[in-house]
Write a protein that binds this ligand. Sequence first.
Ligand SMILES: CC(C)(COP(=O)(O)OP(=O)(O)OC[C@H]1O[C@@H](n2cnc3c(N)ncnc32)[C@H](O)[C@@H]1O)[C@@H](O)C(=O)NCCC(=O)NCCS
Ligand SMILES: Nc1ncnc2c1ncn2[C@@H]1O[C@H](COP(=O)(O)OP(=O)(O)OP(=O)(O)O)[C@@H](O)[C@H]1O
Length: 291
Amino acid sequence: MAAPSRRLAAIPPRPEASRLIADCAVDALLKELDAWPKPGLVSRIDSGSHKDMDADMLAESAEALRPFFAELALAGQAGAAMGELRAIGLRAETAMLAATGGVNTHRGAIFGLGLLCAAAGQMGRAIVPSGLGEVVRRCWGHEIMRGPVPLFSHGTAALRQYGAGGARAEAASGFRSVHDIGLPALRRGRALQPKDRDAAAVHACFALIARVQDTNLLHRGGVSGQRMAATMADFFLRCGGVGNRDWRARATAAHAVFVALGLSPGGCADLLAMTLFVDTVGSLGGLDAPQ
Ligand SMILES: CC(C)(COP(=O)(O)OP(=O)(O)OC[C@H]1O[C@@H](n2cnc3c(N)ncnc32)[C@H](O)[C@@H]1O)[C@@H](O)C(=O)NCCC(=O)NCCS
Ligand SMILES: Nc1ncnc2c1ncn2[C@@H]1O[C@H](COP(=O)(O)OP(=O)(O)OP(=O)(O)O)[C@@H](O)[C@H]1O
């Protein structure tokens, strides 16, 4: 990573701002959990295609991550290199596994949201939401792609078998899926259904599934499962998405098909949470919180 600028080094650590960033990250995870119906994913209504986790477990996991998101924001503000962020991320994974009795509830989310917290910390007072992903790409993108890759994980298996870049390539690209797919779809969903609490997040979720190569889908359903998921999501959007008056029934039907096939777009769930995070941080109008 590039050396921290003089300006950044001169700003004293701002714990209040980092706590605010962490609150936004946990809030984004809880909003993602609340949104329903999301195809195959865990929500407050049901556990989708997952047999080993439920909403309470995901909520406890999100809470356990709060101090680590704050630490990542502070590290970003101090100009930390990727190795330091990785060490914090690995400790967050350990805390997640302790909170869930060994279940992987948020590994992908820790990685993506964690990097965005670090980027928000680094931007400090002048957070420009549209630039958060770009900070990740510029400061840590190279190291993310060069860094250690687990020998055995579903993500590395998908990389070997299908050439899918997964969570690492997404982060190194500057979270293009968040900025180019998630955020525009969230805004469109809000415009279509301004009064519905779930609609905008569900619209963004389907938009992401339609276009992202999700290694969770590849791991569970292979190329045919991934294609089927994308086609169904695309069909939902072509029928007007949440603008269709039967949107909730259509989304519920898609959810049922994903569950019957055992498909779960966990990577898109992470990207939805990141979209909600960037959206919230943007609406704060700067992070000049009092010390
Ligand atoms: C990069 C990570 C996610 C490991 O990834 P890997 O590809 O090996 O596999 P794994 O299958 O365990 O997890 C991948 C997860 O990413 C998510 N995901 C899948 N596809 C995508 C996608 N296209 N885009 C974004 N996220 C995705 C899913 O939630 C999935 O479960 C991560 O665990 C890691 O390396 N952590 C080390 C700590 C670290 O570097 N942290 C950085 C600062 S927080
Ligand atoms: N609401 C959600 N429902 C399901 N997965 C989610 C949700 N939110 C985030 N995820 C992401 O999905 C991933 C977990 O998915 P999954 O359990 O399919 O993966 P796995 O543990 O790699 O595989 P498996 O359980 O099939 O052995 C987590 O890394 C997490 O970040």
